[in-house]
Design a protein around this ligand. Structure first.
Ligand SMILES: Cc1cc2nc3c(=O)[nH]c(=O)nc-3n(C[C@H](O)[C@H](O)[C@H](O)COP(=O)(O)O)c2cc1C
Length: 218
């Protein structure tokens, strides 16, 4: 007899710990600094792909949409990612640049939530990020059509092959659709889970150019 989904899910553990301590005496003035401190702990703790984050956008009907992307850089309190301007998210960002980023590192019981506005960093920044990608990743990006309906595997394969040949002929070719975006944070919440559920939450909010911190109820 198979186990029903609710029982299956209830049998799974979450936030079982043990988790690292968080010294609340030391809170940086800016969330970007605390983010990098936590990222280093995640890397040192062998968290897998700690730079993978969920980015939530808003579609043309005002409905939320979300997917996972890779964090490319952090400068002050701005968080960078790269994608195609032609993709679904790229189209959504043109109409509504408000986004949310979410990180979750299960081994540490840590979640980081960022709200802000995505800014296209321009042609040269997009080209620079594009050139750092592998030839295979560049070829796939150059096929264009990200998020559009695909007719067949053959169409995809021949399109990638054509772009690979193009890259071999011209190794410096870039896709103008490939963009680097900076999410300029306005609010960042750091959440440290507790196996006893007495979680610790600190929210940074940007008010008149100044970051303010508050502790939140769990
Ligand atoms: C771990 C991981 C990393 C990813 N990194 C990227 C990325 O850096 N850029 C990107 O455009 N898509 C990336 N993707 C694919 C996206 O999740 C998504 O499928 C794609 O960008 C199309 O999204 P859209 O249709 O909402 O535009 C990644 C997916 C995963 C699971």
């Amino acid at each position: 007899m198979s186990i029903v989904p609710s029982e299956l899910l209830r049998s799974l553990q979450s936030l079982s710990g043990p988790f690292p301590s968080w010294d609340m005496e030391y809170l940086p003035d800016r969330p970007g600094k605390l983010f990098l401190d936590w990222l280093r702990v995640a890397i040192d703790s062998d968290v897998k792909e700690p730079h993978a984050m969920t980015i939530s956008t808003v579609d043309q009907d005002g409905h939320p949409d979300a997917r996972v992307l890779i964090l490319k850089n952090v400068v002050d309190d701005s968080f960078y990612f790269a994608s195609s301007a032609e993709s679904r998210k790229g189209q959504q960002l043109k109409d509504n640049p408000h986004v949310a980023l979410t990180f979750y590192w299960p081994a540490l019981g840590r979640q980081i939530r960022i709200k802000g506005t995505a800014e296209d960093m321009g042609d040269e920044a997009g080209a620079d990020d594009f050139r750092k990608r592998s030839a295979g990743a560049r070829a796939v990006a150059m096929t264009g059509h990200q998020s559009q309906e695909l007719g067949s595997e053959e169409v995809l394969d021949s399109s990638i092959e054509a772009q690979m040949e193009r890259i071999q002929r011209d190794p410096d070719v870039v896709s103008p659709q490939w963009r680097l975006y900076a999410v300029n944070a306005e609010e960042v919440e750091f959440w440290q889970g507790d196996p006893e559920r007495k979680h610790t939450r600190i929210r940074y909010q940007l008010r008149d150019g100044q970051w303010k911190q508050h502790r939140l109820w769990p």
